[in-house]
Structures are given as structure tokens and as C-alpha cells.
Design a protein around this ligand. Structure first.
Ligand code: FAD
Length: 294
């Protein structure tokens, strides 16, 4: 399969990229790792008149630690570079764990962190993780730069706050909370497939009690879903099997969690699995938090 004809541009700086987007805003697509865009173009589900390839924009590929312990990650950073980064493994362990679930190593070698977030696949791992970590996205357009909170960035299926003339330049992560436990888990039909349901979980424990919990799901709707009901069920409680079961029930019956049925799974199955994932991920995250505090 071959894509329809398109004009090809290869800028080498962010400024050049933004200018090229502004000139062709009607029908232009950015090309990063190409792992989502190229199949869409080959199947002619996307037929942009122009493609702006940002692979030569070296200034967009980096992992930098901030003075406060958080991170700035350039949008063109390959998923495999995130996976191999020692600082991210140590101080953003949820991100590190989740990246390993994306497709296969060949996909992650080309695919970029910015591409995954901009593409906003409803079953993608990174949108849920960035939301769970209270990350921010830095966006550049013709009128300058803006920063958007992850929980406001994803609008619906494959749709974000990014305008057609805007480029996602950076992902920002706040410092990892001291002693926090984490877990990313998902269920998929085969290893490397998109998740049917996945969950990103972060917990903090104080005096043996859960002082904070984040439970953000992927695959259960158009955008990452924060289960406030599930989080509230965990907060202020001692982690034990009874709590995990209560959280499982709370998530499975969360009225805000409204997955759709598709050829892969029914809505009911997804709701049930979300509860089971919450239970298992919480248990694993608490285990890690306890090991760190012990
Ligand atoms: C076999 C296979 C299995 C996969 N499995 C998974 C999986 O399990 N989980 C998962 O999350 N993904 C999966 N993917 C998709 C993969 O993660 C892609 O890498 C990702 O979705 C897009 O990143 P990319 O860098 O390849 O972007 P591209 O494909 O180049 O671009 C995707 C979209 O994002 C836009 N875009 C890219 N970069 C920017 C930017 N900096 N600013 C603004 N817009 C931008 C493009 O214009 C395009 O619309 C899979 C892909 C394949 C082929």
C-alpha cells in the first residue's frame, strides 16, 4: 500500500517547523516516528497535502532533569530512549514501566513520546501515564508558546488541544513524590497489542495508611479516565486485601467509567477488567511503597 501524493518538508529547527505549519495549516501533518501516521497514510485514511518531517529537528530530542527533581522531555525523544534512560527509571518509574508496554521494540525505536501524546490513541499508555503524573505539555504555535496540563490536553478520541498549526515541543513531569509506589498494568489480546484496558497507579503511604492514590485508566473511553471514585475508596485506608476488593468494586461500578464495546471487548468486560486492574495495580504499588519505606 502506498500513500497518496504529498509535498515533503524537512525543517531542522523548531522555528522553521512552526513557520512551515503556519504556511500550510489547511492540510499539513507533522511526521515524527511515523508509527501511527505512516500506516494511516498508507491505508489512505489520512491524505495530507503536505508532510513536515521533524526527525531532523535535533533540539526536540532530550531528557533533562530539572533542579527540583522533575523532568523535561523533548517531544522527539524516542520511546526506546525513555525506556533506556536511567534517571527516568529511577525518578519517573511509572513512565519507565509503562513505555515497555508500547507495541514492540521496533515500534519504540522509531515512535516518539510526543507522537504518542499528540496522536492521543484512546488505548495508548502514555496519555494515561502523563495524566497520572500531573504532567504538562508545552506547545509552540505562530503566536508563541503555551503550557497545558495533561488532564486538560486530551479532548476525545484522537483529539487534543493541539491546533493544526501547533507543535508539541516538550513533556514536563513534576518531581516524583518521595517514597511513592507505582504500577502500570494492562490486559491486551497479545503481547504488544494496544491495551483493552490499562491502568496507571501511584500511591503514597503515611504511617501505614494510604495518604494519596492516583488511578488513571486507558482503553475505557475517548481520553484517559481518572477514577475519582476508585481513588477516594483507597485514600485514608490501610492497604490490605479487603481494601483492594473495595477499590475493585468501586471502579467496576464507577458511573463515570463508560467504556464502549468494540470488536475486541464488550463494555461490561472492560468495566470488570478495569476493577481487577485497579485491585492488582494498587496492591503492587503499595508493595513497592512499603518496600521503599521499610
Ligand atoms: C504494530 C504497532 C503497535 C503499536 N502498539 C502501540 C501500543 O501498544 N501503545 C501505543 O501507545 N502505541 C502503539 N503504537 C503506536 C506508536 O506508539 C506510535 O509511535 C505513536 O502512536 C505515535 O508516535 P510517532 O512518533 O510514531 O508519531 P507519528 O506516527 O509520526 O505521528 C502521529 C500523529 O501525531 C502527530 N505528531 C507527532 N509528533 C508531533 C508533535 N511533536 N507535535 C504535534 N503533533 C505531532 C502527527 O502529525 C500525527 O498526527 C503501535 C504502532 C504500531 C505500528
Amino acid at each position: 500500500m502506498k500513500p497518496a501524493q504529498f509535498e515533503y518538508f524537512a525543517p531542522t529547527t523548531v522555528d522553521e517547523t512552526v513557520a512551515m505549519l503556519a504556511e500550510r495549516v489547511e492540510d499539513v501533518k507533522l511526521l515524527a516516528g511515523g508509527q501511527s501516521l505512516v500506516p494511516l497514510m498508507n491505508m489512505r485514511l489520512a491524505r495530507p497535502a503536505a508532510v513536515v518531517d521533524i526527525n531532523g529537528v535535533g533540539e526536540l530530542a532530550y531528557v533533562r532533569e530539572r533542579d527540583d527533581g522533575g523532568f523535561r522531555i523533548g517531544a522527539l525523544t524516542r520511546q526506546s530512549a525513555v525506556e533506556r534512560s536511567d534517571p527516568l527509571r529511577k525518578r519517573a518509574p511509572l513512565l519507565h514501566e509503562a513505555v515497555g508496554y508500547i507495541g514492540h521494540i521496533a515500534i519504540r525505536t522509531r515512535g516518539t513520546i510526543g507522537g504518542s501524546i499528540a496522536h492521543a490513541d484512546p488505548a495508548g499508555e502514555l496519555p494515561a501515564v502523563i495524566t497520572a503524573l500531573d504532567g504538562e505539555l508545552v506547545v509552540r504555535g505562530p503566536v508563541g508558546e503555551r503550557t497545558v496540563r495533561a488532564d486538560e490536553f486530551f479532548l476525545t478520541y484522537l483529539t487534543t488541544q493541539l491546533g493544526p498549526d501547533e507543535l508539541l515541543t516538550e513533556v514536563r513531569l513534576p518531581p516524583w513524590p518521595d517514597g511513592a509506589g507505582w504500577s502500570f498494568m494492562e490486559v491486551s489480546r497479545r503481547h504488544g497489542d494496544y491495551a483493552l484496558v490499562g491502568v496507571a497507579c501511584v500511591v503514597q503511604v503515611d504511617g501505614g495508611v494510604c495518604s494519596d492514590a492516583r488511578l488513571v485508566f486507558t482503553g475505557v473511553g475517548g481520553t484517559p479516565y481518572v477514577s475519582v471514585v476508585g481513588q477516594d475508596a483507597a485514600r485514608g485506608e490501610r492497604p490490605d486485601d479487603a481494601l483492594y476488593r473495595r477499590v475493585q468494586e468501586a471502579v467496576s461500578s464507577d458511573p463515570g467509567l463508560e467504556p464502549e464495546a468494540d470488536i475486541h471487548a464488550s463494555a461490561l468486560y472492560r468495566k470488570e477488567v478495569a476493577g481487577v486492574m485497579a485491585k492488582r495495580a494498587l496492591a503492587r504499588a503499595f508493595e513497592r511503597a512499603t518496600a521503599l519505606s521499610g
